[in-house]
Design a protein. Structure first.
Length: 277
């Protein structure tokens, strides 16, 4: 089993943000790690919270997402997008939007803050109000997993390099294409947020968590190596990246999310990696 430097791109899903994959620097860091095959796995769930710093109801939704993420099988991602995430010359001067987040926002059949997606079920255009997130997450957790997903993320401070390795193993036969997106999140960021439940309503030291910052291979990702064109039970694939970490992001507060999706864009499974524990 070897690390894959270039991933094959599938053509079922269109993604306007597909940079060249970050090749793994095996010349610096040696062969990609070997992962052990598994006999069983668990289903994990991605809760996507579409939020904005000028959305006064969004902090209440963030509380729900945070509570759900206390379950180790649940990952939360805050996606800043929409008109309420516009900047101004006063308090709200931080641009929280990302190209990846705009892709996800444009997938929604109806766009408003706060709304959420739970494993992008039943399709990426679907959405749920925050009051529905608990029940929908419980339902998604009960699904039988078809793909095992795990990985490693290691930060090399001397080079400001983040090495990411993602391993997948098919648990069942699955003929459709498999994509893998590797997303970058940051937590514990302090800035201004409108909060209708607070007094004053403009909170100057609001803590933003699970904020989508970018990706290693685009919002939709690319074909998941040997599993890109479908998979047979027991088949495996490992993909590896070396990414130059931006100085303005705090690596100690970073999360790497590996998100595997099917040809329709719904989430198959998720791996949450922490470069610095």
């Amino acid at each position: 089993m070897t690390g894959i430097v270039l991933l094959s791109q599938c053509d079922v899903l269109e993604d306007p943000v597909v940079p060249q994959p970050a090749g793994y620097r095996s010349d610096l860091y040696g062969p990609a790690p070997e992962f052990m095959s598994v006999s069983e796995t668990v289903q994990r769930v991605l809760v996507e919270d579409f939020t904005a710093h000028q959305c006064g109801n969004c902090p209440e939704a963030a509380i729900i997402a945070e509570a759900l993420a206390e379950n180790p099988r649940v990952s939360a991602m805050a996606i800043h997008a929409g008109n309420l995430d516009a900047t101004d010359d006063d308090h709200f001067d931080t641009d929280w939007t990302t190209e990846e987040g705009n892709v996800y926002w444009n997938q929604l059949e109806f766009q408003a803050n706060p709304l959420g997606r739970i494993n992008r079920l039943p399709n990426p255009g679907n959405f749920f109000a925050p009051a529905q997130w608990n029940a929908q997450t419980a339902s998604a957790l009960a699904e039988e997993p078809i793909l095992h997903l795990e990985g490693m993320a290691d930060f090399v401070s001397g080079n400001d390099h983040l090495n990411v390795h993602v391993f997948g193993q098919a648990m069942v036969d699955h003929e459709a294409q498999i994509h893998l997106a590797v997303l970058l999140l940051e937590s514990h960021i302090i800035d201004y947020q409108l909060d209708y439940s607070a007094s004053p309503s403009v909170v100057e030291d609001y803590e933003f968590n699970h904020v989508l910052r970018g990706s290693l291979n685009g919002a939709i990702g690319l074909g998941f190596g040997d599993l890109a064109d479908g998979m047979t039970a027991g088949e495996t694939s490992t993909v590896s990246f070396t990414y130059e970490w931006p100085n303005e992001w705090v690596i100690e507060n970073a999360t790497v999310l590996a998100v595997a999706t099917d040809a329709e864009g719904t989430v198959i499974n998720v791996a949450e990696l922490h470069p610095v524990e």
